[in-house]
Every structure is written in C-alpha cells, then in structure tokens.
Design a protein around this ligand. Structure first.
Ligand code: NAP
Length: 346
C-alpha cells in the first residue's frame, strides 16, 4: 500500500514523501476499510500541509507522520464488527476521512456514502466537500441576507466552489456579482453565467464597477476565499450592516481587524469551515448528503476535473493544482485491480 505523508509543515514539494508498505489498516468496530481509487487535491489539503502565514501549527498536528486528503472515493474492502452497511464491494465516497492520499483508509461506516449508480468514479471523488461547502455557505448567506435577495459579491468566482455558487444563484434567483483576478478568467465565468456580472480585479476601476452593479443598496454580503490584503477592499465595498463570510485564504498579505470599519458601519465578519460540518444534526447531514448525491447524478459538469495523476505523481499533481487559470480539480488516482469492485460508472 502507498501513502503520501509529511512529518512537518512546509512547502508541499519539499515535505511530502511516498511510503510503501505491505501492511494495511484494519477496520475497527463500526468502521469500513476503503480501497481508495480517486481523491482530489483541494486547496485546503495544501493548507494542511503548509499551514497559513501567521497561524501556528495546531498542537494535535505536531507529532508523527500525517497524510493529506479529507475526501475521495473507492470500494469497500472489508467491514469491522457491527457494520451493516456499506458492504464489501460497494462504491463509496468518504468525508471527513483524514488521510485519503493513501491506497487504503479506514473510516466510520456512517461517513462512507454510497455512490449513486451512473455516477463516474471521478465525479464521486468530488461529490462531498465542495457541494457540502456550497450548502454551508448558502445557509450562511441566507442568514446574513435575512430575507433580502442580495446583492452578494463573491471572490475567485472561477474556482470549483465559485462555480457551484454561481449555479445556485441562478437556481435561487440570488443577485450575485462575480469577482475574478484576470480578464481571461472573467470571460470564462461570463460564458458559463451570462446573467451575472463578472468583474476582473486586474482592472484599475474594479471597485467602481462593483459599486455600479450593486446599486444604491450596496453589497449586503461578501463570500470571500481570497482574504489577505484584499479583505480591506471587500469590507469597504459592504453596505452598512453587511456581512463578510470568510472561507478561504488564496491571497497574500494581511488585513488587521482594527483596519476594518466594523463598529462605525456595524459590519459582521464570520468564518466558515467544512470541517465543522459534522456538528450538524444527523437529519441535517442526511439532507446535505442527499443534495450532494443529486448534484453528482444530475449535474456532474459542475464537479469538473482538471486532470488525473497517479498517486505516486503527487508532486506533479500539486504543481498542477496551483497553476493559474486551471479549471476544475486535480485528482490523484490508484489503478483499479481485478479485486477492486465493479466498473466505474454503473
Ligand atoms: N472553508 C471551507 O470549508 C472550504 C471548503 C472548500 C473550499 N474552500 C476554499 O474555497 C476556495 C476555492 O476552492 P476550490 O477548490 O474551488 O479552488 P480551485 O478550483 O482550485 O480554484 C482556485 C481559484 O482561485 C483563484 N485564485 C487563486 N489564487 C488567487 C488569488 N491570489 N487571488 C484571486 N484568485 C485566486 C484561481 O483563479 P485563476 O483562474 O485566475 O487562477 C481559481 O479560480 C479555496 O480558498 C478553498 O480553500 C473552503
């Protein structure tokens, strides 16, 4: 079995290594062992490996070897005691399952979600994190809007999550303004979502363009995954009483909290992490998972793949995942063997 791992945080190209061993994990009571076939390289995986500037490593992350990855798909290899479902041979998508950049991972059976028939392995590998992120972000937006229809401004609109948000805005009649960093990126988003304004932050007057599109009401909510130095501009674009929802950190630089007009303009800043999803009630989680399964079945083009790399080519995959103007998500694959279950898209 092959496992990608690191023993200290740092540049992924430097600290990640591949380990091979004969031993496989043994599923404990209530767990299944999944033979992983496909897993994504998410920006959050790389934050786990590299950390964030200015934020200390979490104490529980400081000892021993760690393996990146929180989601992916594979086939149930074996089940521990007290597991009624899923059964060996069944295709499943797993999340949250720390350490999916490995050929095998043991996870609680309840976190191994059956892959609907007809959904490809690649789509299944992307079925949970980003669609569940969309659900959590959308709920946060609805709370912040309290009945209004917008306008909402989102950054990195060409990202995989950004495109899910654009599609949801069309479905729910939400007034969305898309920000991207390049003219070519703006053109791509415009082609996919012609009804939504798209503004490139490489234009000197991008802030003016946002104000024009937001109109008199101003921007009610910012959905931001860029952060860093840009936070200052985003907060200034908010209407009084508006909310900035921070869910990523793609940008560089920092903005001190004290630099934001929080008190004078009654602004709210809140964070959102998919790693808190397990705090939701079992009923809410079941609804979220059903949403993700429907999305994978009915609109697989919203879970776009940038490229596939063998797990052993993780360095090339990480480099690709960071390439500007990449579209979709890079995947790491393990070849199917005769005993790794039925065909891909059943
Ligand atoms: N909080 C959570 O629970 C959670 C869950 C999922 C995702 N996320 C976050 O959501 C964000 C998007 O993730 P994803 O998987 O959708 O990403 P992705 O598909 O890999 O796309 C990344 C996008 O970010 C843009 N970008 C990269 N660096 C940028 C910068 N410095 N300034 C502006 N734009 C930049 C790229 O634009 P170009 O096309 O111009 O290169 C690209 O469109 C990430 O920050 C990720 O960490 C958070």
């Amino acid at each position: 079995m092959r496992t990608v791992e690191y023993t200290r945080q740092g540049d992924a190209a430097q600290v990640l290594t591949l380990r091979e061993e004969a031993r496989r994990p043994v599923p404990g009571s209530g767990e299944v062992l999944v033979r992983m076939l496909v897993r994504p390289v998410h920006p959050g995986d790389l934050i786990g490996v590299e950390g964030l500037p200015g934020q200390p490593e979490q104490p529980e992350q400081q000892s021993g070897a760690r393996t990146p990855g929180v989601e992916g798909m594979g086939v149930v290899e074996s089940a521990g005691a007290d597991v009624r479902a899923p059964r060996p041979g069944q295709r499943v998508a797993v999340f949250p399952a720390p350490g999916t950049w490995s050929d095998f991972v043991a996870v609680p059976a309840e976190l191994a979600v059956p892959v609907p028939d007809g959904v490809s392995d690649e789509t299944a590998a992307l079925m949970l994190v980003n669609p569940l992120t969309l659900r959590m972000l959308y709920r946060a937006v609805e709370e912040a809007l309290s009945g209004q229809t917008g306008p909402v401004l989102q950054t990195a609109a060409g990202s995989s999550v950004g495109r899910l948000i654009s599609a949801a805005a069309v479905r729910h009649d939400l007034q969305l303004i898309n920000l991207v960093r390049s003219t070519s990126g703006a053109e791509q988003v415009r082609t996919s979502y012609p009804s939504q304004p798209v503004i490139a932050t490489c234009d000197d007057d991008w802030r003016e363009q946002v104000r024009l599109h937001a109109g008199e009401r101003g921007v009610r909510v910012v959905l931001d995954c860029v952060g860093g130095a840009m936070t200052q501009d985003l907060a200034e674009l908010l209407a009084d009483g508006g909310t900035l929802i921070s869910y990523g950190r793609l940008g560089s630089g920092t903005t001190p909290l004290e630099a934001l007009p929080l008190m004078a303009r009654a602004l709210t800043v809140r964070g959102m992490s998919i790693l808190r999803w397990t705090n939701r009630t079992p009923e809410e989680r079941a609804q979220d998972v059903a949403f993700a399964q429907d999305l994978a079945r009915n609109t697989p083009d919203l879970l776009e793949v940038a490229a596939d790399y063998d797990l052993a080519d993780f360095k090339a995959a990480v480099e690709h995942a960071r390439r500007p103007a990449k579209r979709g998500t890079v995947l790491l694959t393990t070849p199917r063997t005769a005993d790794s279950g039925n065909g891909a898209a059943r």
